[in-house]
Design a binder for this molecule. Structure first.
Ligand code: NAD
Ligand code: GLY
Length: 351
């Protein structure tokens, strides 16, 4: 199955299928980490035919998504005398994908790269759309570039080795797409089970179609692409407070969605019934739904560290029903703090 992505200066295909045999008349450098490489490098190498193939293994984890490892990767590109026609291939989750993409955007002013995502989160979101980058001491993904891949190959075979918690974390991004763009998909997620292969493939396909549609309209996030940050305004504060170590990204997104919904509900956009339906879907996949806010003022101030907040305004993506949303950057501070107040209690499981 193929999904096209059409942008003003590039277009590419996203293939959702068994990884095909790939032949390249140029040098190829595969970037992976020890865990993913240990499971899947052999499989990938069996499928690739190229002039020369090199492999770079970066350390595993968000903590290593930084300038130091980017430089390490670029040094290996020079060691192997990659030229401007060479190709980088990212084999891994969002961390490897973002770093490989960024390296390929700046190596000799830009070379091609291909995404072979191996987590659900990177299959439904991170591998598509060309956001690349690394973290620094000031925050996540603050150094980077828009650089579109030449192709994305999504093979659910890779997910067989993915820990359940990582898999579930990816489902949060699927739910995000459904709530923001597609009420039918949301209903489908309510009644179907993503542990079945055919359902999983459908959910991946639909998520990518939705993302591809948004990115095609707004490659560089001048407008509508911001909708993909639904739940992320709160999520980034939670991740910051918990040092990116308590929650996986999708888990923090799930909580962020619940908090954004409370805000949307309190402002009269989202009905009780729909707020509850989204909560139930998040619960269905055993994603977390609550974060205890210890200090409302501190939580509020931390919104401003987000790179999406500009001119001292916080941008919220607020569903006004399932399948549609508004983007608001003028929510009153008191309204925001009233919502945060609701998260200062002890958590009640079946709220
Ligand atoms: P990740 O890349 O850290 O992968 C999660 C863990 O799963 C890692 O330990 C990894 O080694 C392991 N793993 C990966 N594939 C595996 C497999 N098939 N079997 C077993 N283990 C496997 O995290 P992620 O959730 O994939 O991505 C998160 C990153 O993606 C963040 O850095 C985030 O900023 C970025 N992101 C980018 C975009 C974008 O548009 N570029 C969108 C969303 C997230
Ligand atoms: N993951 C958000 C985006 O690609 O814009």
């Amino acid at each position: 199955m193929l999904i096209d992505i059409n942008l003003p200066h590039s277009k590419y295909e996203i293939t959702i299928d068994t990884l095909p045999n790939l032949t390249f008349d140029r040098k190829v450098l595969i970037v992976t980490n020890p865990k993913v490489g240990g499971f899947h490098l052999k499989y990938l190498l069996q499928k690739i035919n190229a002039k020369e193939i090199y492999i770079v293994t970066l350390p595993d984890g968000e903590n290593y998504k930084n300038m130091q490892n980017l430089e390490f990767l670029l040094d290996r590109c020079f060691d192997h005398r990659l030229d401007r026609k060479s190709l980088l291939i990212a084999l891994g989750g969002g961390v490897i994908g973002d770093m490989t993409g960024f390296a390929s955007s700046i190596y000799q002013r830009g070379v091609d790269f291909i995404q072979i995502p191996t987590t659900l989160l990177s299959q439904v979101d991170a591998s598509v759309g060309g956001k690349t980058g690394v973290n620094n001491k000031f925050g996540k993904n603050l150094i980077g570039a828009f650089h579109q891949p030449k192709a994305v190959y999504i093979d659910t075979y890779f997910l067989r080795t993915l820990p359940l918690r990582e898999f579930v974390s990816g489902i949060a991004e699927v739910i995000k797409m459904a709530v923001v763009f597609d009420s039918e998909f949301f209903k489908w997620l309510e009644i179907n089970d993503l542990s079945e292969d055919k359902n999983l493939e459908y959910a991946i396909k639909r998520s990518i179609e939705l993302k591809a549609n948004v990115v095609s309209q707004d490659e560089k996030e001048a407008g509508v692409r911001a909708s993909l940050n639904y739940g992320h305004t709160f999520c980034h504060v939670i991740e910051n407070f918990t040092n990116y170590s308590t929650y996986l990204h999708g888990e923090a997104v799930a909580i962020g969605i619940i908090m954004a919904n409370e805000l949307a509900h309190s402002l009269g956009f989202l009905s009780d019934d729909e707020k509850q339906k989204i909560f139930n879907l998040i619960k269905k996949y055993n994603l977390p739904t609550y974060y205890k806010v210890e200090n409302i003022d501190k939580f509020y101030e931390t919104f401003f560290l987000d790179k999406k907040s500009s001119n001292s305004k916080i941008k919220f993506i607020l569903p006004n029903s399932i399948g549609s949303y508004i983007i608001s950057d003028d929510v009153n501070v008191d309204d925001i703090k009233k919502v945060l107040e609701k998260f200062t209690d002890i958590y009640i499981e079946n709220d």
